[in-house]
Every structure is written in structure tokens, then in C-alpha cells.
Design a protein around this ligand. Structure first.
Ligand code: KG4
Ligand code: ZN
Length: 344
């Protein structure tokens, strides 16, 4: 089954064709990052306008790269939540139009579930159940992936996502948006033990995260240093920040895997591109006899191949939508709301 995936939840307009959820036939991404850079972050209305301009050429290119026509596509999968509402609406409306016009099934995909599916595109042996660590600019979550379409959150951030912490600290360090990758590069030149950063101890669920205290500490440290006319070593600070985030993510994910009896962890999301997160988690998994799956860097950030992959499994589970599909700025993972007593 060949699925056309469409993604427009933030500042990437993306389309891809994936066969049977696992084989990428094409994968096209038009990033707007360079344009948003001048504002220091994503400007929602600008993002929507660019999606409007880019979506048709991107979908056409995805079909052309796969050597296919729309007729040869079996279904259309689209990110409908969560994300910037105006941005999501472009992809949802476009996908709805395509599906209705061609008579193909329309498959709604949750963006975070899509990130988790990125690993299916490169690790044929990976199958649920496993423990997912999904870390992006908007989300930080440890979730049991009980089945392809059944998730149970073990812990999530109570405030900022890890990617947001990377980006806001990067901005205060003087790096352009999106700053995570610049922190990563600086960290490779720095000495992480040059700064002792605060680690928040969580009340209640030990697998929840909180990154806003770390962000505020670093932003204040940089402002206070600048106010005094002093300088500090940004490479060392970047290394310390990266070390702190990598250790926090790793410690919690490995502890959750041990407590819940998982022998497999799959990392995903934009922050999974971070070299410190990848190596720290890999070392801890190896030490604890846990198999770690991580996507290649190209599939860590937002893309539509992951949406088409998750779309395939949604379709197999009977999850399709009709013309009433709408975009949602926030939405729990599938299976979560059912646990809380309402239909998922
Ligand atoms: O998954 P993603 O592309 O978009 C969301 O769903 O949010 O994640 C984007 C986030 C940004 O915060 C970006 O700075 C971060 O992923 N990121 C990184 C790296 N590459 C991307 N953070 C740290 N190190 C990196 N190498
Ligand atoms: Zn994302």
C-alpha cells in the first residue's frame, strides 16, 4: 500500500510517499527556517502563508520523485494535530481536497506519533511493544508504544520541551534560530564540567520533565554576565547544557524501561539529532542491556515520510477521517484519552 503523507504543523512543508509503512519512495521537505531566522523564531502567520505557496509544488515533487501519479497512491495521510493551527490547516485542507477529489481514504496522523514512526522507516525489525522517547521542539515524552496505534504516556514535560530549552538558550548565547544544532556544534568544542547546572527534582511522577528552570538559569547567567561587561565561554556553557539535557533524558528513559520491563527504547523527534543525546543514551542502553533504535539525522526533524508511515498503521487499525476532519493545536496520543474514560 502506497501512502502520500503531508506534514505542515510548524515551519516545514513536507510530502512523501511510503510503501507499506516502511519503504520511502520519495521524501520532500521545504524548510522555512531561513525566513523565520530573522525573527528569532517561527512567525505563525508567515508559516501558514509559506505552506500555502509550497504545498502544491512539494506534493507534485513527491509524486514525481516516486515516479507516480496521484492515481497510483492508495491513501492520503496528513498531520492534523498538534501544532500551529494555521499551519496545520493548510495541510489538512489540502489533503482533504486531494482525498475527496480522488476518492482515496484520508488518514489523520498525530505529529508526535509520526515522529515515533520515523524509526520504522529504517529499522525493519522494530515492532511494538517498546518504550518511545520522543523529544522535539514542542514535546518531550516517554511513552509506552503498546501497539502501532496504542500509546501510554509514562512521563512528559510539565513546561518547556527539551528543544525549546535548546533553542531559547541558543538564542541567549547569540546563535540563530533554530539554535539546537548550533548548541550541538559548540558543545563539541566545549568542556561540560566547566559549569555546574541545576537539575530539577520532580515531585510526583519521577518520569516527568521540567526544562524551564534550566532555561531560565542559563538565560539569566548570560544576561548577568553581559550586564557586568564580562564574557563567558559559550562552548563550555553549550557543552554543559547539552550534557544536562542528555543526562536527564537518558536517566529517565532508562529508569522507566527498567521499571516497566522494556528491553527496547526508540528515540525520535528533532532533538534526537543531538550528538550528546544520541551518545549518552546509547552508552546507557548498552550498559543496561537495552537495544536502542534512533532515526538517521535526516529523519529526526519534521518530515512527511514519518507521517505516511504512521498513516499506514492507522489505516490498518481502521483510523480514517472524512471531510469533517479539522486541525487541532493540541491532542493527546492515541489511546490516552480512552484511558481517561472517553473514546479515543
Ligand atoms: O521535531 P522537530 O523538527 O519539530 C517539532 O516537532 O518541534 O524538532 C525541532 C527541534 C528544535 O528545537 C531544534 O532546535 C531541535 O529540534 N534540534 C536540535 C538539534 N537538531 C534539531 N536540538 C539539539 N541538537 C540538535 N542537533
Ligand atoms: Zn516535529
Amino acid at each position: 500500500m502506497r501512502i502520500l503523507g503531508i506534514e505542515s504543523s510548524c515551519d516545514e512543508t513536507a510530502a512523501a510517499i511510503v510503501e507499506d509503512g516502511r519503504r520511502i519512495l520519495s521524501n520532500v521537505i521545504a524548510s522555512q527556517a531561513d525566513e523565520h531566522k530573522q525573527y528569532g523564531g517561527v512567525v505563525p502567520e508567515l508559516a501558514s502563508r509559506r505552506h500555502c505557496e509550497n504545498i502544491l509544488p512539494v506534493v507534485k515533487k513527491a509524486l514525481a520523485d516516486a515516479g507516480m501519479t496521484l492515481d497510483e497512491v492508495d491513501a492520503v495521510a496528513v498531520t492534523y494535530a498538534p501544532g500551529l493551527i494555521g499551519a496545520l490547516l493548510v495541510g489538512v485542507s489540502f489533503a482533504k481536497g486531494l482525498a475527496m477529489m480522488s476518492g482515496k481514504p484520508l488518514i489523520p496522523v498525530h505529529h508526535t506519533e509520526g515522529h515515533a514512526a520515523a524509526n520504522y522507516l529504517v529499522h525493519p525489525e522494530l515492532k511494538p511493544p517498546y518504550l518511545g522517547l520522543i523529544v522535539s521542539g514542542g514535546h518531550t515524552r516517554i511513552a509506552e508504544v503498546l501497539d502501532y496505534t496504542e500509546f501510554r504516556t509514562v512521563g512528559k514535560t510539565r513546561d518547556d520541551a527539551a528543544g525549546e530549552c535548546f533553542d531559547k538558550c541558543a538564542r541567549a548565547m547569540g546563535f540563530p534560530y533554530p539554535g539546537g544544532v548550533h548548541v550541538d556544534q559548540a558543545a563539541q568544542r566545549g568542556n561540560a564540567s566547566a559549569f555546574k547546572l541545576p537539575r530539577i527534582k520532580m515531585d510526583g511522577n519521577p518520569y516527568d520533565f521540567s526544562f524551564s528552570g534550566l532555561k531560565t538559569y542559563i538565560v539569566n547567567l548570560l544576561h548577568n554576565t553581559a550586564q557586568k561587561g564580562e564574557t563567558l565561554n559559550t562552548d563550555d556553557l553549550a557543552a554543559a547544557l547539552q550534557h544536562e539535557i542528555a543526562c536527564t533524558l537518558t536517566d529517565k528513559a532508562v529508569a522507566a524501561a527498567k521499571e516497566l520491563g522494556y528491553k527496547v527504547i526508540a528515540l525520535s523527534g528533532g532533538v534526537s539529532a543531538n550528538s550528546g543525546v544520541r551518545s549518552t543514551l546509547a552508552a546507557a542502553c548498552e550498559q543496561n542491556g537495552i537495544t536502542l533504535y534512533q532515526p538517521p539525522i535526516a529523519l529526526c526533524g519534521d518530515n512527511a515520510a514519518m507521517i505516511a508511515s504512521q498513516g499506514y498503521y492507522n489505516y490498518l487499525a481502521g483510523i480514517t477521517a472524512d471531510e469533517s476532519l479539522n486541525a487541532l493545536a493540541s491532542k493527546e496520543l492515541r489511546g490516552e484519552s480512552r484511558k481517561a474514560g472517553s473514546p479515543a
